[in-house]
Design a protein around this ligand. Structure first.
Ligand code: GLP
Length: 261
């Protein structure tokens, strides 16, 4: 896997936004998988900036969601549907027609999960999937010990993830749903390019275990080691526990045919 150490979150946002822009120049109707949480915001800001500046045309881009809370009304401000529409789709000048996600309000959740996996395949698969990482190493909402072959399905959140996400619900953990739909790890691994962004010291342990530890379901992000094109972009703080940090800096700056990510 390719590890890129950047000075700060803004630089991480810029480098990933440029990779997305390059993809859209090559494939204007690319399917971009996006993540929620605070970490990816600099990516979305940088990409929207490029669109406004005319550096890339995103008018045919398609956006898809990684995960969703179960039971929140779709128009709840903290549903991931609302979040992605507000943070990604609208700033890129797109409409909800360009966007797909799992239905967290479905009466038959399992059927909604299967329908979403099918929809992703029928859309031609995800070209680039952006990922964040939980403090426990989760990707999407695949909590520790998720099957590395899992498909989109319902999961129960750990207490730690509910504590981490309470900040989006007025700090009130009781408002954070217990259940979620998430693309499975097997589903995520089908994307053509995986790009994980992690910033801040709080992610340093999870990053070190994912990048340098064994592939293990107890650290879901370690599954990226199984993907032929996975890029991990980390700021200095999130890289602080990587034993191979100097090697990663060296390979990045000495890449003979550097074309972006
Ligand atoms: C949630 C999301 C993940 C995200 C994680 C980390 O659990 N389901 O996709 O990576 O939060 O969020 P943050 O970037 O805010 O730390």
């Amino acid at each position: 896997m390719e590890v890129v150490i950047v000075p700060d979150a803004k630089a991480g946002g810029e480098i990933i936004a440029e990779a997305m822009a390059a993809l859209l120049r090559r494939k204007p109707d690319a399917l971009l998988g996006v993540a929620t949480g605070s970490t990816p915001l600099p990516v979305y800001e940088a990409l929207a900036g490029k669109v406004r500046a005319g550096a890339v045309d995103a008018s045919r881009a398609r956006i898809c969601q990684l995960d969703e809370y179960v039971g929140l009304p779709a128009d709840h401000p903290e549903s991931y549907r609302s979040t992605v529409l507000r943070q990604v789709v609208e700033p890129l000048g797109l409409t909800a027609d360009s966007f797909m996600g799992p239905d967290g309000t479905a009466a038959d959740v399992q059927a909604a999960c299967e329908a979403y996996d099918r929809a992703l395949s029928e859309a031609g698969g995800v070209d680039l999937q952006l990922l964040g990482i939980g403090t426990d190493g989760h990707i999407g909402f695949n909590e520790p010990c998720s099957s590395l072959a899992s498909r989109t399905r319902i999961k129960t959140l750990t207490e730690q993830t509910r504590v981490d996400n309470a900040r989006f619900f007025d700090g009130d953990i009781d408002q954070v749903p217990h259940h979620v739909i998430t693309q499975g790890i097997g589903t995520i691994l089908e994307a053509r390019h995986l790009v994980l962004l992690a910033t801040g010291e709080g992610k340093a342990d999870a990053v070190a275990q994912s990048v340098e530890g064994p592939v293990a379901a107890v650290v879901p992000a370690s599954a990226l080691q199984l993907h032929p094109h996975a890029t991990v972009v980390v700021d200095e703080a999130a890289a602080s526990k990587l034993k191979l940090a100097d090697y990663f800096r060296h390979t990045y700056t000495n890449k003979p045919t550097w074309q972006g990510l």
